[in-house]
Design a protein around this ligand. Structure first.
Ligand SMILES: [Zn+2]
Length: 204
């Protein structure tokens, strides 16, 4: 099992991504270093989900939160005389391919003990992160623009939110323009200790 690593784009330092790190000692932000990928024999073919590729995802252990993400149907259809295969990502848990990255990110945050989450989203990422954060018991705030699709705003609220939205530019200055996603009741005991954790900020 490989381990995820951070790479500093300024000084080239690499660091194990096994603990909360806000930035490099040189002051730069950190990127995740490219992974090693995987070969066919490393695919867990008995797992009909995203986690069949867990070897390439460089997590320390098995996922703690999963909503059945991944392994969406691949359907062949004719398109102007050519056979095209469509990957039906609408079959993901929140209806968006964002669930792939969200599932890996939230499980990594659980491993390293990061939370709460503040997310700036036009809809799909916010809905996905709100849903997985509720399942993981990590408090979460979603910032959305006034133009965000109502369905996505409702979806975010369904994760335990009261909501408000505004102009995406102005909402970055206004604390009123946000959707607050409360931890789910069943995970309240997990979330109660989250206030002292570092905070994760994501943009998607
Ligand atoms: Zn550095």
């Amino acid at each position: 099992m490989t381990q995820a690593r951070y790479l500093c784009p300024a000084c080239g330092t690499t660091l194990a991504a096994d603990r909360p790190l806000w930035r490099c000692d040189c002051g730069s932000h950190l990127n995740l270093a490219p992974g090693e990928g995987l070969v066919r024999g490393e695919i867990e073919t008995g797992d009909a989900s995203l986690w069949r590729y867990r070897t390439a995802l460089a997590m320390a252990g098995a996922p703690r939160v999963s909503l059945g993400e991944g392994w969406t149907p691949l359907v062949a259809r004719d398109w102007d005389g050519a056979t095209i295969r469509f990957k039906l990502e609408s079959q993901m848990p929140t209806g968006s391919f964002k669930d792939r990255g969200t599932a890996v990110m939230l499980n990594h945050l659980l491993e390293v003990g990061v939370g709460p989450i503040h997310e700036d989203s036009s809809g799909n990422a916010g809905s996905s992160i709100a849903t997985y954060a509720a399942a993981a018991g990590i408090p979460c705030r979603i910032f959305v623009p006034a133009s965000a699709p109502r369905g996505k705003v409702v979806q975010i609220a369904a994760s335990g939110a009261s909501s408000a939205s505004g102009c995406r530019a102005s909402m970055k200055r206004s604390p009123l323009s946000l959707i607050r996603v409360a931890p789910s009741p069943r995970s309240a005991s997990v979330a109660s200790g989250a206030g002292s954790r570092p905070t994760m900020m994501a943009v998607g």
